[in-house]
Ligand binder design. Structure first.
Ligand SMILES: [Zn+2]
Length: 321
């Protein structure tokens, strides 16, 4: 087995902002499963109804859309830190969360935490940790991009105050300044690969060389901004090139994310090892992923996709091995 045949999980990616080309490229690069944390839209929501529709989309249509490209899709449900600053909205969203958090494919409460470390952010961080505790759910923590170290330490302190088991909490967006303490305190330690800036993949390789692979895993956090949904497979290749052994690559790019989120009981390896064959003739609420007479792809048992419309050139077709 070499790195080109490995399976990958991207445990933090906002697929709702991505294209079908991204799904196709991820599939071809070996991504078998993705986790979509509930997030903001790049601009503030004006009412909780749009949050409700958003939750419906990430537990419903997006999950279906991923399946049409052979990728298993899970999500987390929560009130993000930016929108926690709108108290009226936040109160209404808090009433929605328990209903959505219990739905199929929801693996955690998240992404929650601090953005500017305001009083309101702290209030809803507390409330959501309480809820996670009550519902016995995992927690995904977004650590702030400013005051990273302080925000990360404070986030872990809050989890401890609420009596959450660190093995049930994923602390995300770590860097060289935070990794040691997060590992020492027993939390899952996740890293986002930001193309070009911040946590580039060269730096990630160095972190793995220095800190090992216990409880460390990576994600792309790709969203509507400049980001790369192939961050996980690309970093795996770079690790391989720089002499990290396959077993370690597998832990950081697949196994640890799986072990963390499988604790939810919502994510099983069987989901992708035995996933249903792709049939793009399928519908979700009457809608398909097909547009403008595009021929549906129907995967056959050998794993190859065939097109129902014989006239279409196979070169244009989605190729999934
Ligand atoms: Zn995110």
């Amino acid at each position: 087995m070499d790195v080109n045949d490995m399976m990958f999980i991207d445990p933090h990616v906002h697929m709702i902002s991505r294209t079908t080309d991204d799904y196709q490229a991820m599939k071809e690069a070996g991504v078998v499963a993705v986790i979509e944390p509930a997030f903001w839209l790049g601009q503030p929501r004006t009412n909780s109804g749009t949050m409700k529709d958003y939750f419906n989309a990430i537990v419903g249509w997006e999950r279906f859309r991923a399946s049409q490209f052979g990728i298993c899709h899970y999500c987390t449900i929560g009130l993000n830190s930016k929108e926690a600053n709108n108290e009226a909205l936040a109160e209404e969203v808090m009433n929605l969360i328990p209903r959505y958090a219990g739905k199929e494919g929801v693996v955690a409460i998240g992404e929650i935490g601090y953005d500017d470390m305001t009083e309101m952010e702290e209030k809803y961080f507390h409330k959501q940790l309480d809820l996670a505790q009550k519902m016995n759910m995992l927690v995904l923590i977004h650590t702030p991009h400013r005051n990273k170290k302080q925000g990360t330490i404070r986030s872990m302190d809050l989890c401890n105050e609420h009596g959450l088991d660190p093995s049930k909490v994923i602390v995300d967006h770590n860097n060289e300044e935070t990794v040691r303490e997060v590992l020492d305190r027993g939390f899952w330690t996740a890293f986002t690969i930001y193309p070009g800036t911040k946590m580039g993949n060269e730096r990630m390789v160095d972190i793995v060389k220095q800190y090992g692979t216990e409880r460390i895993f990576i994600n792309s956090a790709a969203d509507w901004g400049v980001s790369d949904p192939l961050g996980v497979p690309k970093t795996a290749k770079l690790m391989f090139k720089r002499g990290i052994v396959e077993d370690d690559i597998r832990k950081v790019c697949y196994q640890n994310a799986f072990d963390a989120y499988a604790q939810s009981g919502q994510m099983k390896e069987e989901d992708w090892l035995n996933r249903p064959l792709i049939d793009q003739r399928e519908t979700f609420s009457g809608n398909t992923v097909l547009r403008g007479g595009h021929a549906p792809y129907v995967e056959t048992a050998g794993g190859k996709l065939s097109s129902k419309k014989e006239s279409k050139s196979s070169d244009d077709d989605l190729i999934i091995e």
